[in-house]
Structure formats: structure tokens, C-alpha cells
Design a binder for this molecule. Structure first.
Ligand SMILES: Cc1ncc(COP(=O)(O)O)c(C=O)c1O
Length: 469
């Protein structure tokens, strides 16, 4: 007897005729066609239409194709295209091959936890781990865990550091916890990213216990201001300040700190990629002496979301900290993805990083990232020459911070830029002042995009001035 429920019959039919998937694909293609030209932020009408989703949970099962249409009709226009004129936060675009590879792997619907659940994912994780080691010039024994983003990579690094520093003092934090444990000192600086502060609090170190070190005017730690470091210290540095793009001086700090027994973690969410390029590599000089690194694919590498990596030179610490039992190391020869990340079940997110790296090659990574740097410099040069704007940072990488005559003016100009919808940039506070932050983080940004966007900034300034008079 082959009896199916109504919903089973409907789903078998959908799987067989695939109209649902064709529809989604057609809508996706339509979206992609306009994504690099359309308004950079949804129109007011598109935002208002989001009300169409406000309904109570349906009692009865629905029609798949209608659901996909609804999502496209009112969802697609309310999505933000991170194209060549999107400069907000540090949001990257997507490399076409990487997006296509992700799409294929979504149909596989793999659980990347273990080799036995997905041999292809396990294989690609090893391949990408090796490529990243080579690209960044890290020691062969470095391991990579594929996480949702840098926030999670930072947290995983805190756990590994905590494990190792305490283990060296004869304390197994995974068994004994933090109550009564020897004290860990956390040293970082005033410009560290908020995701590090979150990771510090989640790891149980307490934000109030941080030994905060002063930074210079670029937002880099001042090495001479570092306290005495020792084998109880977790030192957290940064490759790429989220506003200025500045890099801490790893060459001066990392080796010396390591020699003292400290654990060094580097948050390189978007900036670590400089270390994978020929022409910007100087920015990360000396970073190989750190113990752990957090880096995203979905920022400067331009993989689709969500794609982050924890790189750790101490495999035992990472696995022991994230996994319930360290016996894995002794008992299992096979690399299992889940032991290197906080999650167990997760999608095959390595696929899109593999595809991006395979497509770009080393030269492509270099070219793409250097081009972002050049375009950021172009943007800064135009604005620096425009009366009414002042560029506040030295553009070492892809970030530009700019202000107008007063905080109020800066805020109004930023809002006007956003309203004009030619390009999109957000705000930040830099050294107590309101600024507009421009992050060039898309493979698609051309010099024409920069000119068009800078013109929009100039227009916004003129409009705000005339509104005020
Ligand atoms: C320097 C830095 N660290 C960490 C993060 C957080 O990364 P994610 O959003 O991938 O968790 C960001 C995000 O912009 C960042 O710029």
C-alpha cells in the first residue's frame, strides 16, 4: 500500500515538476539583472509593501508557487543590493561563481557537521583550509573552522585562548569552569570592534576587567602603552579598523607578546585579506606570530553571506574548547568540521569560499582587493578636494571617513545621501565626532561608480546647505 497524505502528495508533485524551483530561479535572475543598477535602497513604496507579510500563521497549507511569487513581489523590491555603489558598514557583494556554487549546494542541502554526513563538504573544508594557510602564509598546522561570520570566529578564538592559557596553568576550563580558575588578563585597545567586546563578555572575562590600551589618531594601538604581558594574557589586536581601516603594528607586538607566553588573537574581519595580497601585504607584517585570527568571506572576499572563518594555530586548544571531549584528537584521524566550530549542524558554507578562491586565484584576490583600495583612495581624493568635506583618515585599505563642518551638517548630509539613493553610506563616531563612513567592499565598484557616488555626496551637501538657508 502506497498511501500518501495530501501534503506529501503535493510535495512529491512539486519535487517532480520543479515549477517551484524554475519560478524561484526566474525571479532570482530578474533580481540579479537589476541588482547592479537599481536604487541602492528600497523605495518608500517597497518598504510600505512589507505590510503584505503581516498576517497570522495560516491554518491550512498553501500553494508553493504563490508563496514564491509573494516573496518576489514584495520581498525582492525591499532587499538592499550590495552593488558597486553600496558603501555601508563593511558589506561585500557576491562573486558570481561563488553565488552560483552556493545555489547548487543549497539544492544538496548538506549538513557540514561530519564527513559521513557530507563527504564533499568535508573535502572542500580541507582544501580551503590549505589554501588559506598558503594565502596568508600561516604555519602548516593551522586549522580553519567555517563559521557564520567574524563575530562567531572571535567567540571561538576567545574559547580557544581561554582553554590554552588555563591549561598551561594546570586548569581544565572545559571541566572545571571559570569559578575559582586562575585569572586571565584581557588586553586590547580602545578601537577594537564591538564584536570583540561581545565575545569577551560571552567568554566570561567581563568587559570591566579589560586592560584597555590607548590608540593613536589612526585608531591603532600604541605599542609603548601596552602593559607588561605574561603567560596569563590574552592580547586582542585588529587588522583593519572598522572606520579608518588602520592596522595594529603586528611586527612590533606579536612576536614579543608570544615570547612572553601571551595568546594573541587578531580580528581581521575584512582586513586580514590584505595579508593575501602582494601589494598590501605590508599591512599585516608580523601577524603570523599570533595564535588565532577571525576573518570573513562575506566582506572583502565577496562571498555571499554567511561566511566566516576561525583560523587557529593551536588545533588542540580550539577543538578542546569547542567540543565536549578532547578525546577526539587521539581517537579520530579524520578532520570533522563540527569540532572546529561552535555549531554542530550547519550548511555547507565552505562551498562559496572554495568557489570564490578557485575562481579568483591568487592573482585575482590581489587584483580585486587592491582595486577596492584604489577606489577608496579615489573617493577620498575627490571629497578631500571638495569644499565642505574633510577626510579624516589615511586610506591604507578600503575605508574612508569624512565629515562636514559640524556634527549636525555631517548627519544631515549622510541622511540626504541615503535619501538620494545613488549610493549608500552610513554614519559612525570617530574621536567623538559624527562622521560618514565609506567602505569600498565590492568587486563591482568602478571608477565611474566612485565619480557618480562622490557627485551624489556633493549634491547632498548643496541640498542640505540650501535647506538650511
Ligand atoms: C573589524 C570587524 N570585526 C568584526 C566584525 C563582525 O563581523 P560579522 O558581522 O561577520 O560577525 C566586523 C563587521 O563589520 C568588523 O568590521
Amino acid at each position: 500500500m502506497n498511501k500518501k497524505t495530501n501534503i506529501q502528495s503535493a510535495m512529491f508533485a512539486e519535487m517532480q515538476n520543479k515549477n517551484l524551483f524554475r519560478k524561484a530561479k526566474n525571479h532570482a535572475f530578474e533580481y540579479l539583472e537589476s541588482a547592479f543598477e537599481r536604487d541602492i535602497f528600497p523605495t518608500e513604496a517597497a518598504l510600505k509593501n512589507l505590510e503584505k507579510f503581516e498576517e497570522s500563521m495560516p491554518e491550512k497549507s498553501g500553494d508553493g508557487e504563490q508563496i514564491i511569487d509573494l516573496l518576489n513581489d514584495y520581498g525582492s523590491p525591499a532587499a538592499v543590493p550590495y552593488n558597486g555603489r553600496y558603501f555601508g558598514f563593511v558589506n561585500g557583494s557576491m562573486i558570481p561563481t561563488s553565488l552560483a556554487a552556493k545555489n547548487l549546494s543549497i539544492y544538496w542541502d548538506q549538513n557540514a557537521a561530519m564527513h559521513v554526513m557530507s563527504p564533499i563538504t568535508a573535502k572542500l573544508e580541507i582544501v580551503v583550509q590549505n589554501w588559506l594557510i598558503e594565502l596568508f602564509g600561516l604555519p602548516q598546522h593551522t586549522v580553519a573552522g567555517f563559521v557564520s561570520g567574524t563575530s562567531m570566529a572571535n567567540l571561538a578564538a576567545m574559547a580557544a585562548a581561554r582553554y590554552r592559557l588555563l591549561k598551561n596553568k594546570g586548569w581544565d576550563v572545559t571541566e572545571q569552569g571559570l569559578f575559582g580558575a586562575p585569572k586571565i588578563r584581557v588586553v586590547t585597545h580602545t578601537h577594537i570592534h564591538s564584536s570583540i567586546l561581545k565575545a569577551i563578555s560571552l567568554a566570561g572575562f567581563g568587559k570591566a576587567n579589560i586592560e584597555m590600551v590607548e590608540c593613536d589618531k589612526h585608531g591603532k594601538i600604541i605599542p609603548e602603552k601596552l602593559p607588561e604581558l605574561d603567560d596569563s594574557t590574552l592580547l586582542i589586536l585588529q587588522a583593519g579598523n572598522v572606520s579608518s581601516g588602520a592596522y595594529d603594528d603586528f611586527a612590533t607586538i606579536c612576536k614579543a607578546a608570544r615570547d612572553k607566553g601571551a595568546w594573541i588573537h587578531i580580528d581581521g574581519a575584512f582586513g586580514l585579506w590584505a595579508g593575501a595580497t602582494k601589494r598590501l601585504k605590508h599591512l599585516t607584517k608580523g601577524f603570523e606570530h599570533a595564535h588565532s585570527y577571525a576573518v570573513d568571506g562575506h566582506k572583502t572576499l565577496n562571498t555571499p553571506y554567511d561566511s566566516g572563518v576561525i583560523l587557529c594555530q593551536d588545533e588542540e586548544a580550539l577543538i578542546s574548547a569547542l567540543h565536549t571531549s578532547a578525546s577526539y584528537l587521539a581517537s579520530n584521524e579524520r578532520r570533522e568540521g563540527m569540532y572546529l566550530t561552535p555549531e554542530m549542524s550547519k550548511r555547507a558554507r565552505v562551498v562559496e569560499m572554495w568557489a570564490a578562491l578557485k575562481y579568483l586565484g591568487k592573482d585575482g584576490v590581489d587584483e580585486m582587493i587592491f582595486e577596492m583600495h584604489e577606489r577608496a583612495k579615489q573617493f577620498a581624493e575627490i571629497l578631500a578636494k571638495t569644499v565642505g568635506f574633510e577626510v579624516l583618515n589615511e586610506v591604507v585599505y578600503n575605508q574612508v571617513i569624512v565629515k562636514c563642518a559640524t556634527d549636525e551638517m555631517t548627519q544631515l548630509v549622510m541622511e540626504k545621501v541615503q535619501e538620494l539613493r545613488e549610493c549608500w553610506a552610513g554614519g559612525a563616531v570617530w574621536e567623538g565626532e559624527q562622521v560618514i563612513r565609506i567602505s569600498v567592499c565590492s568587486w563591482a565598484t568602478t571608477s565611474e561608480d566612485i565619480v557618480r557616488s562622490a557627485n551624489s555626496f556633493k549634491k547632498a551637501l548643496a541640498l542640505v546647505k540650501s535647506d538650511l538657508t
